[in-house]
Design a protein around this ligand. Structure first.
Ligand SMILES: [Zn+2]
Length: 158
């Protein structure tokens, strides 16, 4: 794969109803084997209803010849969509294979793919909010509604 080839998203066909989910295939160089491995990644928004972060959790794994994830090799890490960068955590630092996958994705993803992920983030975040248990929603620091004005949805949640 040439260095300047950019990674684009693909979209999975939803089963039943629901919006298509973004997926990404990419290649990493496996030092132990001395070969390139094809990996697949899926994305999940931060599902904490009132969290203001702009992050997606990436779940990635080398793919088997039939296109399914290799059991036991699933890695996960966070990408910050605003910074368009990997969110460094102690766990990620301690796992070179995950870190390598995170770097490949963050450096090689096309800007159109970042745009699409950003767009998808808002749809998926609103879905996550709608599914959230009311009791699980943090009600501290709600926007002030004492004067009887309606508070826009977006100010409560995002
Ligand atoms: Zn969050």
């Amino acid at each position: 794969m040439s260095e300047d080839k950019k990674l684009e998203l693909t979209w999975s066909e939803p089963k039943g109803h629901g919006a298509p989910e973004p997926c990404l295939n990419f290649e990493v160089f496996d030092k132990a084997e001395g070969t390139h491995l094809t990996c697949g990644a899926v994305f999940e928004v931060c599902a904490t209803p009132r969290c203001s972060c702009h992050a997606v959790c990436v779940h990635s794994a080398p793919l088997l010849p039939d296109g399914t994830a290799t059991p036991g090799l699933l890695r996960w890490f966070w990408l910050d969509l605003q910074e368009r960068a990997v969110e460094m955590t102690p766990e990620l630092k301690a796992d070179p294979a995950a870190l390598h996958q995170a770097e490949v994705i963050s450096k090689q993803m096309a800007s159109t793919a970042w745009d699409e992920l950003d767009h998808w983030f808002w749809t998926a975040k609103i879905e996550a909010i709608e599914r959230a248990e009311v009791a699980a929603i943090d009600i501290n620091d709600l926007p002030n509604a004492d004067d009887g004005h309606l508070v826009p949805f977006i100010e409560v949640f995002l």
